[in-house]
Design a binder for this molecule. Sequence first.
Ligand SMILES: [Zn+2]
Ligand SMILES: [Zn+2]
Length: 123
Amino acid sequence: MFNLMKMFNECKHEKVSYLVKSSYCPDCGAYIENKFYLVRCSCCNIKRKGLLRGEEIIAEDTFCHNCGSNRFYIEELPSPTIFDMEYMVIKKEAKVLAKRHPTCQIWVETPQIIKPKMLTLND
Ligand SMILES: [Zn+2]
Ligand SMILES: [Zn+2]
């Protein structure tokens, strides 16, 4: 059996599709909001490949392959686009734990009882 707490701490929310803006993680129950970022060169504005280091978004290469500048800025995308897939940095931000969600508590605390229909068998 797996340890749920341990799982939440280590969960990368891999089952949360990056094609949706937000959803609950099926592995740990956290509410995940997808954020999409592009790294662009401050000098020539070209898209630079970005990566996530911890919580920080950085350019993969120190210098721009187009103009040689080492300065870049981060642009947040409102939604993912197919053209930016190669460059886009996806950040999965966990928001609220599902177990604190009132709807989930109702489901857990009041299970539906289905009574067997024994009298209707020989009708
Ligand atoms: Zn998760
Ligand atoms: Zn540049």
